[in-house]
Design a protein around this ligand. Sequence first.
Ligand code: AKG
Length: 265
Amino acid sequence: MSRDGGRWWKADKRSETSIALTPLQRYTFDLRGYLLFEGVLDEATVARMRTVIDDQRLPPADETIERQRFGHNGDLFEWDQVFCDLIDHPLVLAVLMELIGPYVRLDHAYGITMRPGTSGLGLHGPAEPFDSSQYYLHRMGVLRSGLLTLTWSLSDGGPGDGGFGCIPGSHATSEPLPAGAESLVVEVPQPAGSLLVFTEALMHRTVPWQGADTRWAVLYKYSPGSTAWGSSPAAPPAVVAKMSEQQQRFFQPPSVGGFIPTITR
Ligand SMILES: O=C(O)CCC(=O)C(=O)O
């Protein structure tokens, strides 16, 4: 058992790679468009990641979106192996197999930082009209997401602190976003060490940060093997070359032929 009293995810005793989503997790994702796994990273790993980020001496977050983002274009992976290891964390593989399938790319990755009072980002997420780069489908028992975001929280977010907010279930509606939809947004508090999974077809936003401490999170965005959302690779070849064989498979260019299955178990 990896954490949390059996409520969220289980590692089979034989092998970590046999982790699979439970029927309740599948149902919850299909219903809401997001899933939160608590206690996935231990305190030492979170502390290590925070130290690596601190070492970069980033400029403090301000009201501009540029200053609330960091680690683009493979910088995270160049900084430290600890960020590479999250690309194919056993729970990540289980989530990706269920929601994208074995042909999957890491499209892009970056970090978010917010100081108390930082403004955030408005509602976005195009479930309607249909967007073939970021969609959500449920066909014949198979769940499939276009761009899928996996957010690792490196700071404690509590109720009312702000951060990730969404309109649960909006990934499945065929209605255009009406005026007043902001009132339907709910915040999803993200404790340190948690993993939030959401489809980019979900209407979501960054709610202004009211937490006592700075918010830190890293977001890994995965696409089906056939598509790209970003205009450039998630990391330069020299950085990818230092990764494990499995991690390198996540950086294949988008293709409908010749793509090696990313997840081979
Ligand atoms: O604040 C968040 O976690 C959501 C971030 C987001 O939607 C984005 O970076 O596009």
